[in-house]
Design a protein around this ligand. Structure first.
Ligand code: AMP
Length: 145
């Protein structure tokens, strides 16, 4: 059974986050510059306050929000749902599907240690499919793939 820790081990713990008082423009820049889809929002003491994603920002842009004055804390989702290293990937997939979001911060002893995205899940599932598929192809054709 694949666990969150297996995916975290592969992608590493580099984590991009943002503070609640920064403007939406700065949030947008942070997302674009770091090529990520979501930013956990932390206060100065490191407590997690929420999450802001590219979808949240897209909605604000569509609504013509003032990106220079509106701040991350106004827009972030405060009731953040998290996962733990020991959770199974199946549980994570269920959580993402039920809640209709694509990012889950990973928390350990109240501390943020990483983030898992739907892209990470697809990559991990593909890797697990590849080996049996190659074996099957070899079995059917008699040739190595
Ligand atoms: P996403 O599909 O991840 O871009 O997120 C869709 C919506 O769900 C946005 O409003 C996010 O702020 C929110 N969201 C994303 N991830 C989480 C999470 N782990 N906990 C709570 N809300 C989230």
């Amino acid at each position: 059974m694949t666990k969150v820790s297996d995916i975290l081990g592969e992608k590493g713990t580099k984590l991009v986050f943002i503070g609640p008082d920064l403007t939406l423009r700065q949030g947008l820049e942070t997302i674009v510059d770091n090529k990520v889809g979501a930013l956990p929002v932390k206060d100065a003491s490191g407590d997690i306050l929420g999450i802001i994603t590219e979808r949240d920002l897209m909605r604000e842009v569509y609504d013509h929000a003032d990106l220079e004055t509106k701040i991350v804390g106004d827009v972030m989702t405060k009731n953040i749902i998290t996962t733990r290293r020991d959770d199974s990937i199946d549980t994570v997939m269920e959580q993402m599907t039920e809640n209709r979001f694509r990012h889950l911060p990973i928390v350990e002893e109240g501390r943020l240690v990483g983030i898992i995205s739907i892209g990470d899940l697809v990559k991990s599932q593909l890797a697990h499919l590849k080996h049996p598929m190659q074996n099957l192809r070899y079995y059917v054709s008699g040739n190595a793939a």
